[in-house]
Design a protein around this ligand. Structure first.
Ligand code: FE2
Length: 193
């Protein structure tokens, strides 16, 4: 499996947008913590989070090409699917955008559901932090996040269903939020929240 150092090199090379880089770091942090909670492979889950949007700047954030071009970048970098990029990781990265008509992989494994739930929740939690008076992630509580899910006007673009799907991994929504807040708190300086 690819090493974390190599993934960081790929981020340095392909990610030009600061918020996108932070989003991938947040996804990594949440995924590692979740893997620990569920007794899954922390390295595999964390690196899936860190790598999942690697092509997004490369395709100029074009939703028609996003995730499709992941393979192209891997090929250019000489990274082999099924070896450097384990099949489970590849499947989860592809399936995190199963809405794309050309993507055949559907979310089905715990890793698949965890990745799409975590990367979606990370954006929602950033939105929750930014409406706090001090704009700090440490000021965000589980109950207020739960309430904000129900407010349709809050962070409208975030698809709550992807987050609720975390329950398919066997963890409750509340526990998921608690874990995610904890892991984002740990990197709060780095993510500026
Ligand atoms: Fe993402």
């Amino acid at each position: 499996m690819i090493e974390r150092e190599r993934v960081i090199q790929l981020l340095d090379k392909y990610i030009k947008t600061e918020w996108l880089r932070l989003h991938m770091r947040e996804s990594e942090a949440i995924m590692r913590a979740l893997a620990e909670e569920l007794g899954e492979d922390e390295q595999l889950w964390g690196l899936s989070g860190l790598l999942h949007d690697i092509d997004y700047d490369w395709v100029d954030k074009d939703p028609k090409r996003h995730v499709i071009e992941f393979d192209k970048i891997m090929e250019m970098e000489g990274l082999r699917i099924g070896e450097d990029i384990p099949q489970e990781m590849y499947h989860a990265i592809k399936a995190h955008y199963e809405e794309h008509p050309d993507i055949k992989q559907k979310r089905e494994s715990r890793l698949d559901f965890a990745l799409s739930a975590s990367e979606t929740l990370s954006g929602f939690l950033v939105a929750c932090a930014l409406v706090q008076p001090d704009k700090k992630i440490s000021s965000v509580g589980v109950n207020s996040v739960m309430k904000k899910f129900k407010k349709k006007d809050f962070a409208k673009a975030v698809n709550r269903e992807l987050i609720y799907d975390i329950e398919k991994t066997g963890i409750s929504l509340e526990r998921f939020i608690e874990i995610a807040l904890g892991s984002m708190n740990e990197i709060s300086n780095e993510i500026g929240l």
